[in-house]
Design a protein around this ligand. Sequence first.
Ligand SMILES: Cc1cc2nc3c(=O)[nH]c(=O)nc-3n(C[C@H](O)[C@H](O)[C@H](O)COP(=O)(O)OP(=O)(O)OC[C@H]3O[C@@H](n4cnc5c(N)ncnc54)[C@H](O)[C@@H]3O)c2cc1C
Length: 434
Amino acid sequence: MNIPNTTNKRIVIIGGGFAGIALAKKLRNKNLQVVLLDKHNYHTFQPLLYQVATGGLEAGSIAYPIRKVIQEYKDFYFRLTTVAEIDTVNQKVISEIGELKYDYLVIATGSKTNYFGNKDIERYSMAMKTIPQSLNIRSLILENFEQAVLIKDISEKNCLINFVLVGGGPTGVELAGALAEMKREILQKDYPDLDINKMQINLVQSGDRILNTMSEKSSKTAEDFLENLGVKIWKNVHVLNYDGRTITTNSDLTFETATVIWTAGVKGALVSGLDGQSLVDNVKRIRVNQFNQVKGYENIFALGDIAMMELDEFPQGHPMMAQPALQQGRLLGENIVKLINNQPMIPFEYKDKGAMATIGRNKAVVDLPNYHFSGIFAWFVWMFVHLFSLIGFKNKAVVFLNWVYNYIVFDREGRLIIRPYKKKSFVSFTSDEV
Ligand SMILES: Cc1cc2nc3c(=O)[nH]c(=O)nc-3n(C[C@H](O)[C@H](O)[C@H](O)COP(=O)(O)OP(=O)(O)OC[C@H]3O[C@@H](n4cnc5c(N)ncnc54)[C@H](O)[C@@H]3O)c2cc1C
């Protein structure tokens, strides 16, 4: 990997997400050599991916170059690579660009989409965990509309403009709201030759309420907001399969659709070498103690979404959200220095700052630890928190200006098919009128 030898301790961090970057910032100028590895050369602000998918923001405004974060730090290195394996015996990581020895290893690889073993759903549905995936969704939505204007067959046409979102968590809810606004503000103006009333947005949730990690009040409010925007919510429905055209469920309900967006589950983005049964839980998160140390290893840590810290208060580990990742990353920055200096480490305690979701213009729900609110004030709080959390002044400014522009003129400039997406499908929708 062409990293200089050093007499300082070498810390290797896999993953430049919320946890990895928070840790890297804490380790700057500490007389340590830090090597950050990521398969992307940018940090992704995942909470705004749905806005990229629906044309509200350009991809660049929610990404930040990792090299720019560390460019001023001494003895810090970034390498663009996917880590394939961890060799705990020889203390090295193995990737396509070579191997690297570590003194301390931090796994902050986040999570990936969980299809629960269903290969058809994995093959035919769309995921939204990365920027390229969001751009795929954006292209597919627009390509479906372009194709629908060419087709006479009504059932084919309806299939192309029927969108099914599986998973009623914050991602599904935010995406459903944004699609509904896109329909109202953009698509009906851009495609006057289509009957926009035929566009359907279906949100399918296996449980009995959407946003089931938030308060009942917030989930009911979000449901009302979405229904007012024309989203159809299907609760207690389990999707069984999707063959590229038809969704089957545990009841008689089926959907004919060219687009399924799957947000129904995540699992840890494990790297082999640390994936033994005793180390991981049922959603492939690595078991760690309260110092984020991987069970059985003093010098290997896991942080953020990939870490499962089982505590009485959090029997399933911490929520897979940005705050636990940030807080764990910052604390580990202090603890690694303490460990090297033979000082006692500080156990992690999660400070719950609440949860929020936006449904659309002037509509959001916020759960603070002891207080829940919704509506326009919640929407402003949501915007402020997200703007504040973005990395980089330029990104904050660009996102803010975009939001102001979109709010005033009811527009989304990002509705561009820059990178066409070729859907994997056994059904080809043929245009009979070109
Ligand atoms: C669509 C969406 C919306 C969300 N909305 C919210 C929200 O509103 N609020 C909230 O709190 N949370 C939200 N989350 C969750 C939040 O983004 C995650 O909890 C958070 O990103 C976890 O941080 P992390 O550092 O553990 O992982 P990540 O931020 O996912 O970072 C992991 C990094 O590891 C890299 N990586 C993975 N595997 C490898 C490998 N083998 N080799 C090299 N690099 C690798 C990845 O490229 C990535 O950069 C959302 C997530 C999604 C997908």
